[in-house]
Design a protein around this ligand. Structure first.
Ligand SMILES: C[S@@+](CC[C@H](N)C(=O)[O-])C[C@H]1O[C@@H](n2cnc3c(N)ncnc32)[C@H](O)[C@@H]1O
Length: 269
């Protein structure tokens, strides 16, 4: 585990954090009253937020499964979140026990729970890096210690980039990360959008902003731009739960109204 000493972790319980709110939506217990309070405000705007969180998590499972089936054996997962079983390495290693996975998040609570991410199969490896996606060079250097960057890597940015506004160069960060990976690597990504629920989304952005959380919702076109220069795999950019539903179980409630998020997987030529 690199980046910070886990015994010296400071968790700010006065301010809501996306990782802990997501944990609350998923029914986890690693969150604080301040996270639940803001989470309940989000539910008041759209009661389907917990379904969206589950749908998003299910995409990560299906995309990981698909990539492992294609022969991908290395994964770099940035914005990992608080461990929630099955975690990415468990999905990948069920298909390929030798899969190597580097996890990365910037929230100290994820670091505090990272031991659950480090239970690899004996044949594979998992590692956790405490780092910010806005420092891609540090992530690449950390990942290089575990992954062979001359062999394909799946870069996983699932429900992460809507926390990175354009001012922080979200698109350039993805390009920089991909530039360190060889041909045959993949990008898997989901992202929230205001395309279907503009009023509720604008209200959510305002409430989150007031609580100190940035949410940068992007349109379908802005999402698709992250894949410039890559070959999108079938079915291309899709509503999250419509991407390869054949590879997993449906999430209860996923079809009761629109899920305002896109998902896609693409290959670096
Ligand atoms: C909604 S959770 C997604 C978790 C997981 N990827 C999933 O989809 O199930 C977003 C995660 O991104 C992390 N995150 C937000 N901003 C980040 C940043 N600048 N650098 C690294 N991680 C970040 C949060 O701490 C949180 O754990």
């Amino acid at each position: 585990m690199t980046g910070q000493n886990p015994t010296a972790i400071e968790i700010d319980t006065n301010k809501p954090h996306p990782a802990r709110m997501y944990d609350w939506y998923l029914g986890g217990r690693d969150n604080y009253p301040v996270d639940e309070a803001l989470g309940r405000q989000m539910l008041a705007l759209d009661p389907r937020v917990p379904v969206m969180a589950r749908v998003n998590r299910a995409f990560m499972h299906r995309a990981t499964r698909w990539l492992a089936q294609q022969g991908v054996r290395q994964f770099l997962d940035i914005g990992t979140g608080i461990p929630t079983e099955p975690n990415l390495h468990q999905v990948a290693q069920r298909i390929a026990p030798d899969a190597r996975v580097v996890y990365c998040d910037n929230d100290p609570i994820v670091l505090a729970h990272a031991s659950a991410l480090l239970r690899s199969t004996p044949e594979g490896v998992t590692e956790y890096l405490q780092a910010d996606v806005r420092d891609p060079d540090a992530i690449i250097e950390g990942a290089r210690r575990i992954l062979d960057l001359d062999r394909p890597v799946a870069l996983s940015l699932v429900a992460l980039l809507h926390f990175i506004p354009d001012e922080d160069g979200a698109h350039a960060l993805v390009s920089r990360l991909l530039s360190a990976l060889p041909s045959g690597s993949y990008l898997m990504m989901t992202h929230a959008t205001a395309d279907f629920t503009p009023e509720e989304s604008a209200a959510a952005v305002e409430k989150l902003k007031a609580a100190g959380v940035t949410l940068a919702l992007r349109s379908r076109e802005e999402f698709a731009r992250f894949f410039t220069g890559l070959d999108l795999v079938d079915p291309g950019v899709e509503i999250v739960h419509k991407w390869h539903p054949d590879l997993g179980e449906p999430v209860p409630g996923q079809d009761d109204g629109v899920i305002p998020g896109y998902g896609a997987v693409a290959r670096k030529p």
